[in-house]
Design a binder for this molecule. Structure first.
Ligand SMILES: Cc1ncc(COP(=O)(O)O)c(C=O)c1O
Length: 419
């Protein structure tokens, strides 16, 4: 007996994953990008149109972001040097937090190494309290949308709550959340309701207006009220008339809003914005903020430049162009016979295929034509809901879209997706 036996078990586990055809480690390694307006990825020296990136506004390659990165690393060095409360709190971090708070119309904000890290700490802190001496008495009910992101699920798991303190409501059904709040009204001091703003497998928006109404109705019923936490990683800087995300699309407001800088904003890192009381408390309690480095100064500089662009006329043009691209893509693809998995205006536009073999063949076929898309199969989506996830960007040109549509029709006919 030795660790070799453990390694055998690890090997068998990887083989099990491979046999289930859900392998993730065979990644496409991108060697660089072309200098086109909509940069093509270079893989094995070949150019690929990118239709599977979260860079919805195309800001990742923007010269202003790259310039700001260089300036920030010149000023502060390549890394933060320490965690925030030691000596890693740099003016570029603080400027970014203030810019994000202003962007979302909140008192204050905090940045983290990622939105995943943000959710882990924000949820744990709000549910559980950070230390044994905490004044939070743990009598919290957590109510979560059935299909919330893994980072939300893990944030709740960390808090190690009793079974009774955790509840889920049916996906996108605030009326079901209301039922749970009604059933539990005498049992808990407070409730944290948590949801994704955008559900990234289908590009669906949570009904934030209705959920806000439900939360407000029960806020008066629980001793310490009901708090609405929304993770809008796929919404911010990509959706809504001015890029404010799901809040803008669905006319509802979160009490605590989590976002990422690594998707629409084109940089990296996560953030939370909220009322001052919440942010002050989180700065004292959020473990992944207190005990882990923040984003590099270069990344913070790029993100700050990005917030500036989204707020500018140039940003508005990108947002408008993204909307036009989505509309054109949907119209042409629907006319060609493709079925969309959701009726949504989000840049995630999944094509519903319904069979794992067909999605696989179609994704490979598109790859051979120099197009990157993502295959989504069970267990990520229910059996029979297999899809190809296409993500549209503001910087896709009309030529890119036309070429994609032409190739998609050809490959779909060859693979039996379209007759
Ligand atoms: C809803 C949601 N939350 C959080 C994340 C994680 O974002 P980050 O890459 O900043 O950790 C994602 C990314 O896939 C997401 O879809």
């Amino acid at each position: 007996m030795s660790k070799k036996d453990f390694y055998k078990t690890l090997k068998a586990e990887v083989a099990r994953v491979d046999a289930a055809a859900v392998t993730k480690r065979k990644e496409n390694i991108i060697e660089g990008f072309t200098k086109d307006p909509s940069p093509k990825a270079l893989i094995d020296g070949k150019e690929f149109m990118v239709f599977n990136s979260n860079d919805y506004l195309g800001l990742r390659h923007h010269p202003k972001l790259k310039k700001a990165e260089h300036k920030a690393s010149d000023n502060y060095g390549a890394g933060p040097g320490a965690v925030r409360f030691i000596s890693g709190s740099l003016k570029v971090h603080r400027d970014l937090e203030k810019a994000l708070a202003k962007f979302h119309g909140r008192d204050d904000g905090m940045i983290f190494s990622s939105a995943f890290a943000t959710n882990l700490a924000v949820l744990f802190s709000l549910i559980k309290g950070q230390s044994r001496d905490s004044l939070l008495n743990n009598n919290t009910l957590v109510l979560s949308d059935q299909l919330n992101h893994r980072s939300i699920i893990d944030g709740i798991r960390l808090a190690n709550l009793s079974k009774e303190s955790k509840a889920i409501f049916a996906h996108l059904k605030p009326a079901e959340a209301a039922k749970v709040l009604e059933e539990n009204k005498d049992k808990f001091d407070r409730v944290v309701v948590v949801t994704d703003g955008v559900f990234s497998m289908l590009g669906e928006f949570q009904d934030l207006k209705k959920l806000r109404e439900v939360v407000d109705q029960y806020d008066k019923v629980y001793k310490e009220g009901v708090l609405l936490v929304v993770d809008d990683a796929h919404g911010v800087a990509g959706s809504g008339k001015t890029g404010r995300g799901t809040e803008e699309v669905m006319s509802g407001r979160a009490d605590v809003l989590v976002g990422t800088l690594g998707k629409g904003f084109g940089a990296d890192g996560g953030y939370v914005v909220a009322d001052q009381e919440v942010i002050d408390y989180l700065r004292e309690s959020a473990a992944t903020y207190i005990y882990s480095n923040n984003i590099s100064p270069a990344t913070a500089g790029a993100a700050l430049a990005s917030v500036g662009i989204v707020n500018s006329k140039e940003g508005q043009k990108l947002i408008d162009n993204l909307g036009k691209n989505i509309k054109y893509f949907k119209k042409e693809m629907s006319e060609a016979g493709f079925v969309f998995a959701a009726d949504s205006s989000h840049p995630i536009q999944p094509l519903l295929i319904g069979e794992a073999q067909k999605t696989m063949k179609m994704t490979h076929g598109l790859y051979d034509e120099g197009i990157l898309v993502t295959n989504i199969n069970y267990p990520v989506v229910p059996k029979g809901r297999d899809e190809i996830r296409v993500q549209i960007s503001a910087t896709h040109t009309m030529d890119d879209l036309k070429l994609f549509i032409k190739k998609a029709i050809e490959v779909a006919k060859k693979t039996g997706v379209l007759s």
